[in-house]
Ligand binder design. Structure first.
Ligand code: ASP
Ligand code: MG
Length: 414
């Protein structure tokens, strides 16, 4: 649809009445410039966390369908309030939830994926000149039940809407003014990036940089959505996320920090085909995301497997492995929750020998021991003691600093 902009506002941006009015004015300004606007909102402030706590207050193991019924209310509140705010500024606005729009998703409660979005209702409303406010983070499954799309997934709702409606731009408004080379709250010398490729952003998002939902980036890349991340509190232009061919390939474009990792070691396994499958197949069936996987020589002829999962999923992962203990045939499970993950990302890494050793040198110089290393074409991940993560992030960032200071704006104009 021509002249259409999708704007997504996160929880902090809609935390109270004052902020909602502030956002409504930004939306109103965009509309007055002759744009059609679809607004996607998250739940206010920490509403989703509170709702999760409420459910825990009733039962530690709530039914997933009912949990989703509860969680979707957060976004619906924001959507209705935003529509009211826009109406108070004299606009014709309407709020819609996932069922009203027709955002069809898979059935997995708590981590559903968008399959299809019906556009009829949306286009009808937009053609009437209305501003449409959509509740993020939710979908309906084939049974007509509400599902949620994973924590932080309002970003994904916004990008998906921008993709199906062929919007000219998808703006993600948040409480930071762009993508930084590293989390500026941890490393104050972090630099804001003017532009980053979908690929590098995807790796950063998947490695724990919490600014953008990784599935949102994946979708933006697939459908070539023009994506911008910017602050709802300031006028500063944000970070543009686009095709790699239009971005200078830097050896390192950013560093991600993830404290939410737990490592599980499965020891004493036989050295024969099918062992890895026997471990990871039940985990995959349990919908667990497994990250860094390492296979090492154990005692005698035996092998040990190590891998990481999200901290919150460690209990479930161990449970699944214990249920399959005989089939897998391991000795012990050893868990470690005191680790953190530090990842450097850069599409230009592949052609730049020495990036890994530069990273290891930085860690050596600040006296941080590396527990596990995992590399790919465009990223290097290390697991280290959680207590040293700030020191390590600073040291690594300092080492790569000269590479970050390239003038990105020139690339953009070229
Ligand atoms: N409210 C949901 C969450 O807190 C979704 C989102 O904010 O994107 O995870
Ligand atoms: Mg978010």
């Amino acid at each position: 649809m021509e002249n259409l902009i999708v704007q997504k506002y996160g929880g902090t941006s809609v935390a109270n009445a004052e902020r909602i009015m502030h956002v409504a004015k930004t939306v109103s300004d965009t509309y007055k410039k002759g744009k059609r606007v679809v607004v996607v909102v998250s739940a206010q402030g920490h509403t989703t966390d509170r709702l999760v706590e409420k459910a825990r207050g009733i039962s530690s193991d709530s039914n997933r369908r009912e949990l989703d019924m509860l969680l979707v209310t957060g976004e619906q509140q924001s959507a209705a309030l935003m529509a009211m705010a826009l109406q108070s500024l004299g606009h014709d606005a309407v709020s819609l939830n996932a069922a009203q729009v027709g955002i069809e998703a898979t059935s997995v409660h708590g981590n559903a994926q968008i399959k299809r979005i019906r556009t009829a209702r949306l286009t009808e409303e937009l053609e009437k000149g209305r501003i449409v406010v959509v509740a993020g983070f939710q979908g309906i499954n084939r049974f007509g039940d509400m599902t949620t799309l994973g924590r932080g997934a309002s970003d994904t709702t916004a990008v998906a809407l921008a993709a199906v409606l062929e919007a000219e731009l998808c703006e993600i408004y948040t409480d930071v003014d762009g993508i930084y080379t590293v989390d500026p709250r941890i490393v104050p010398t972090a630099k804001k990036l003017d532009v980053i490729s979908y690929d590098d952003m995807l790796e950063l998002a998947s490695s724990g940089a919490g600014v953008l939902h990784n599935r949102a980036v994946e979708m933006a890349k697939r459908y070539r959505v023009n994506l911008v991340l910017r602050s709802s509190m300031s006028e500063i232009p944000g970070t543009l996320i686009k095709e790699a061919t239009e971005v200078e390939r830097l050896a390192v474009s950013g560093i991600a920090i993830d404290r939410n990792v737990a490592r599980i070691s499965v020891t004493g396994l036989e050295d024969k085909p099918g062992v890895a499958y026997s471990i990871f197949d039940p985990l995959a069936k349990g919908k667990l995301n497994v990250d860094v996987i390492l296979l090492s020589v154990g005692e005698g002829e035996k092998r040990d497997y190590c891998f990481t999962v999200h901290k919150q999923e460690m209990g479930l992962a161990c449970e699944i492995l214990e249920q399959n203990k005989e089939k897998i045939g391991y000795d012990t499970l050893i868990t470690d929750e005191n680790l953190a993950k530090l990842t450097i990302v850069g599409a230009g890494m592949a052609n730049n020998a020495g990036v890994a050793s530069t990273m290891f040198e930085a860690l050596y110089e600040c006296g941080v021991n590396i527990e596990t290393i995992c590399t790919s074409e465009i990223k290097i991940t290390v697991l280290i003691d959680q207590r040293h993560i700030t020191k390590a992030a600073k040291a690594v960032h300092d080492k790569f600093e000269p590479m970050f200071s390239k003038d990105y704006t020139q690339t953009e104009d070229a």
